[in-house]
Write a protein that binds this ligand. Structure first.
Ligand SMILES: *Cc1c(COP(=O)(O)O)cnc(C)c1O
Length: 378
């Protein structure tokens, strides 16, 4: 009888405990308490500058979450009622909500069977006279195939807003995500590759006019106090979160390197016999940052239960596609309309992935999967 190891799906507590990060975060938060500059305090612009620099963009505008980042970017480009915005069917539902909240209509395109990102070969068919923008999503930390997407956008005069909420630090042909489209949205939800101690988000862009508009929109439509030039929102980045994020940003590359190392290790361990009934994530030219390590299995639910019994926590991203959610019944996509996304929703399984994951845990997870395959093949 093999021993059982308990492997969580993510583990922020270990990250905080390691290398006195918890002390660094306490110092960062204490600085804000001392100044009591809670609303758009100086740590906000400090982090904005550092993050723009990290992405290789001229501007970064801090907001209160990734969904708001997407919505404000769309609004800044004047996208709203009567407009269509193309996005992948295989994404977190917030991508679609941002489009709907901006007043536009989400148009869903199926997933590429290899990369899980938007199927570029189906993009052109989705473009109509009303299409104003495309939102490629760098899902699971895997950059979408941006070259053909940007080429089509240029042909049809469409705005490209990257949803980089799962891909901080990923690169595509050597260029960081966030600087590939017209603007990009990031989320700093705690479990993202760069996470706050709460909700936070960011828009990055090279366009000074768009940056200015987003700054006004996020802060009650004011360009100076009590001068409300636009119908605005309260979508400001919290000063405490900005201070936390500045303290964590210097570790991001190291954390991403660890995620890549773990992904390689999983790939090798899972390829070993007797296995190979699971489909591993793609190896592409882009530098993915493995926000999630997603495998596929035709016996996904049984495999997931088996892993759970053996102490391994897993996730499914995402079990019910956007177009089959009750919230989006009115979009009118029926079952069978986006077959790759629908099939994969039955097969995908996210294995434990976080920088502090131990090698022995990866070996253990792979062993459990092999044991499952062995018992299933008998
Ligand atoms: C997390 C996420 C969002 C939303 O970000 P929040 O900060 O939770 O609002 C949007 N799109 C994708 C792909 C995400 O993973």
């Amino acid at each position: 009888m093999a021993r059982t190891l308990s492997v969580p799906f993510v583990d922020l507590r270990t990250q905080h405990a390691e290398r006195s990060l918890i002390t660094e975060l306490q110092v960062a938060v204490a600085g804000v308490l001392r100044e009591a500059n809670f609303i758009l305090g100086e740590p906000v612009s400090t982090f904005e500058e550092a993050f723009a620099d990290y992405c290789g963009t001229d501007y970064a505008i801090g907001v209160d979450n990734g969904t708001a980042a997407l919505e404000l970017a769309l609004r800044a480009y004047g996208i709203g009622a009567g407009d269509e915005v193309i996005l992948p069917a295989n994404t977190y539902i917030a991508t679609a909500f941002a489009v709907t909240h901006a007043g536009a209509t989400p148009v869903l395109v199926d997933a590429d069977p290899e990369t899980y990102t938007i199927d570029v070969s189906r993009l052109e068919d989705a473009i109509t006279a009303r299409t104003k923008a495309i939102i490629p999503v760098h899902l699971y930390g895997q950059p979408a195939d941006m070259a053909p997407i940007c080429a089509l956008a240029s042909t049809y005069d469409l705005v490209v807003i990257e949803d980089a909420c799962q891909a901080h630090g990923a690169t595509y042909n050597g260029t960081p995500v966030g600087s590939l489209g017209d603007a990009a949205a990031f989320s700093f939800y705690p479990t993202k590759n760069l996470g706050a101690c709460g909700d936070a988000g960011m828009v990055v862009t090279n366009d000074p006019q768009i940056a200015r508009t987003i700054r006004v929109l996020r802060n009650q439509g004011q360009h100076e106090k009590n001068h409300h030039v636009l119908v605005g929102h309260n979508h400001r980045l919290d000063t405490v979160q900005a201070a936390v994020l500045s303290a964590k940003l210097p570790y991001l590359d190291e954390w991403n390197a660890a995620r890549r190392r773990h992904a390689r290790h999983y790939n090798e361990a899972l390829a070993r016999p007797p296995g190979a009934s699971v489909v591993r994530p793609p190896d592409t030219d882009s530098r993915a940052v493995y926000h999630l390590y997603v495998i596929r299995s035709t016996e996904r639910d049984e495999l997931r239960s088996y892993l759970r019994e053996q102490g391994v926590a897993t996730g499914i991203h995402y079990p019910i596609p956007i177009h089959l959610q009750p919230a989006y019944r009115a979009l009118g996509y029926g079952e069978g309309s986006l077959p790759v996304t629908e099939a994969y929703a039955q097969q995908i399984l996210s294995l434990p992935m976080y920088p502090e994951l131990k090698e022995e845990a990866i070996e253990y997870v792979a062993d459990v999967i092999h044991r499952f395959e062995h018992s299933a093949s008998r």
